[in-house]
Design a binder for this molecule. Sequence first.
Ligand SMILES: C[S@@+](CC[C@H](N)C(=O)[O-])C[C@H]1O[C@@H](n2cnc3c(N)ncnc32)[C@H](O)[C@@H]1O
Length: 347
Amino acid sequence: MEKVAGLISKDTVRWVSFIAQGRLKCLDVRPRKEFQIRHLYGSVNIPSTSIAGCWFQLPAKQEGFVVLEQDGTYIDDEEGDSCSEQLRQKGWKIEGSIRANTEFWQWIEQKGLIEQGESKRLLFEPSPHFKETIPVIEESLSKSEARALDIGCGSGRDLAWLCSRESKIRYKVTGVDAEKRAIYRFSSLFETLGYEDRIEHRQIAKMDPVGKWKCYNIEGKRDTNIPELSTLDLVKLFGTFSVTESSLQDEKYDLVVQIRFLHRLLLTQTDQLLCDNGFLFLCTFVNDGIHDYEYPKGQEHRLELGEAAQLVRSSSPSMKILKEEIGFIEDGRPVQVLLAQKQVNAP
Ligand SMILES: C[S@@+](CC[C@H](N)C(=O)[O-])C[C@H]1O[C@@H](n2cnc3c(N)ncnc32)[C@H](O)[C@@H]1O
């Protein structure tokens, strides 16, 4: 053991210890088959050849991480640099590179840090405010299976995180976004993680300024089979096509998420999306009167203080605001964090 350990650099020893404790992330860029045969406990595999389509799965650029690589793993064959160097040049904070050579695997095996098969860990983090709020929601959801809808879902990272957690609740998810690229990424993320069976629906759909939804097919073309829909009809579309009013309750959502997405009319329809005791989690840009920031520009994408709660309350007297705070995203921009519940049977 001493002999092999002597061949391992001090940096690698330190990084592996941090990775094993969950204090440092490790991206393994070897081919998937090799990762499945053996990998370092705590590491996450994105093969170098797939990284170019998976930037959104990497940690935030300001968060340092380690790359585990072997000779011959490049993102782009035309650039001669190693994968870790290429990532560094693209702006990621690479703490260092672990060379996956024979001595390394012998040492890792001796330390009992070898895993086999797939890994369901994530390199990215969800919205920190969402992460912080989920326990509050789950405490009150007295079911083992729940339906979650993310509107303006982007690549689906928050929903993927939701599914990845150890929880008493198994989530079935629906992602809606106006961009076909977003829905493509959403699908690829869930496929990579092996969570495809958690997807109820994924839909390219855009809510227009007057509150009508237009649906698009996977090529991004307007789906002429689906007329313009109200929000209630969109929910029905995602349920069965033959719902009766009395069964519609089951077609609604336990959790509706809107993160860095704002459509004021939609907030005034919140109760139409939620089942009894269902939750809305909103986290989007706000003019807090203190911080100046450039993007997103314009009133359309920024709330005023107190506005979100007012819009949500206007959807129904049963909507109760449980949390209304100003938070900040990684780059310091202020966001309105709101948690509301449809409390139908409240006294
Ligand atoms: C800033 S991104 C946020 C994505 C994701 N929620 C997140 O926090 O990473 C906003 C998303 O909302 C989508 N979007 C913007 N306007 C929309 C609309 N009117 N209807 C549906 N989606 C829209 C965009 O395509 C984009 O993916």
